[in-house]
Write a protein that binds this ligand. Structure first.
Ligand code: ZN
Length: 56
């Protein structure tokens, strides 16, 4: 899968874990899952969700 912010391919670690995070954003009545890479996660930290919502 690709990072929702920078578009970089996210590496997968073992046991289906990814090098990054999954951010859930509510769209209407359901939660949409967005993958974010390690780099962007570190870069935006607590602003991650906010940044993601703007970039969608
Ligand atoms: Zn990224």
């Amino acid at each position: 899968m690709k990072c929702a912010i920078c578009g970089k391919e996210i590496e997968e670690a073992f046991l289906e874990k990814i090098k990054g995070t999954i951010v859930k954003i509510k769209v209407g009545e359901k939660n949409a899952e967005h993958y974010v890479c390690d780099g962007c996660q570190k870069k935006y930290r607590e602003k991650l969700k906010e940044k993601l919502e703007k970039s969608l």
